[in-house]
Design a protein around this ligand. Structure first.
Ligand code: NAI
Length: 336
């Protein structure tokens, strides 16, 4: 069986909190498909801070640069200790300018809506996330929202190309150009310029209206592209529409490298209890397998997840079940 597949080396970052538990489950599921992956495991997060004085030592970046593809568990960013967010560091160092988050309902998972199938394309390198901020004496502080034309162009190009390649029907650009006329105005104008080159329906929406419409009529949306902050917030909102953070995958993609990860964080309250839901990182591995061109293996996992949720046996606690991470993982592997 193994001989049928190409060999890949993928950087594996278990992360901390529930990270090691969910990545272990993901590795078992991916290996059950027969795909031939050598995992190059590198440690990052809380356990390395003392030794390296950073949660993300340079060997992590070097490993990803060598292997080009990585999958990571969540990593805790210590608050108020002067460390830059691990995720922001990775995205900026590797120029992972796209954050792709597919939001899809599974039959069998209880949520407010059925048949949601939309994709958030979030710009990943600038906006309020560049970390350019300064104090104004004791009076206040200022954070710079940086929006550039090249970054708007490449994220909008990605969104339209993704929509065309994946038979999507419509693209929606999300912004707040009515207030931030220069920065979001640049995003909106660039979005419209890019849109005019593609033969696909498109519209645009102010971010506050987008939040309301997504809650009222999420089925009206297909591919949505937006600057960094709006993408961060709306993708969590959308996760809530289909059953929570435990199931939503994500991919950080650049021209040279790609890092796949769950949308959720390290959930320290439930760490080391073997109760975390590994679906999000398993779905991220499905995106990774497609990125590698391993479509059959990706489909096997996707079908197995659909079966598990449809049957509703051995689900994790967040999905209303009582199964441990390990039992849930075994249930998925049974269907592979
Ligand atoms: P969180 O996503 O860790 O937790 C939010 C809620 O969702 C909690 O109730 C948690 O128990 C639940 N949850 C999350 N993932 C789950 C899963 N797989 N199965 C079952 N329940 C799950 O967000 P929070 O609490 O804001 O952040 C905790 C830490 O994670 C912070 O230090 C933050 O910096 C870090 N973080 C890391 C990310 C990453 O590495 N990609 C992303 C977001 C946060």
């Amino acid at each position: 069986m193994k001989g049928d597949y190409k060999m890949y080396t993928v950087t594996l970052i278990p992360g901390d909190g529930i990270g090691p538990e969910v990545t272990k489950s993901m590795v078992k599921v991916v290996e059950a498909t027969g795909v031939n992956i050598k995992w190059e495991e590198v440690k990052a997060g809380q356990e390395v801070i003392e030794e390296y004085n950073t949660p993300i030592p340079t060997y992590v970046i070097d490993s990803i640069k060598k292997n080009k593809v990585a999958i990571k568990g969540p990593i805790t960013t210590p608050i108020g200790k002067g460390f830059k967010s691990v995720n922001v560091t990775l995205r900026q160092n590797l120029d992972l300018y796209v954050n792709l988050r597919p939001i899809k309902s599974f039959k069998g998972i209880k949520s407010r809506y059925e048949n949601i199938d939309l994709v958030i394309v979030r710009e990943n390198t600038e906006d309020l996330y560049t970390g350019i901020e300064h104090k104004i004496g004791d009076y206040g502080a200022e954070s710079i929202k940086l929006i550039t034309k090249p970054a708007c162009e490449r994220i909008c190009e990605f969104a339209f190309k993704y929509a065309m390649d994946n038979n999507r029907k419509k693209v929606t650009g999300v912004h707040k150009a009515n207030i931030m006329k220069l920065s979001d105005g640049l995003f909106l104008n660039t979005y419209r310029e890019v849109a005019s080159k593609y033969n696909i329906e498109y519209d645009d929406l102010i971010v506050d209206a987008a939040a309301m419409n997504l809650v009222l009529n999420p089925q009206n949306y297909d591919v949505m592209v937006m600057p960094n902050l709006y993408g961060d917030i709306l993708s969590d909102l959308c996760a809530g529409l289909v059953g929570g953070l435990g199931i939503i995958p994500g991919a950080n993609i650049g021209k040279e490298y790609a890092v796949f990860e769950a949308v959720h964080g390290s959930a320290p309250q439930i760490a080391n209890q073997n109760i975390a839901n590994p679906t999000a990182i398993i779905q991220s591995s499905v995106m990774m397998l497609r990125y590698l061109g391993e479509y059959d293996a990706a489909k096997k996992i996707e079908n197995a997840l659909e079966q598990v949720f449809l049957k509703g046996k051995n689900l994790t606690i967040d999905l209303g079940g009582r199964a441990l991470t390990k039992e849930f993982t075994e249930e998925i592997i049974k269907y592979i």
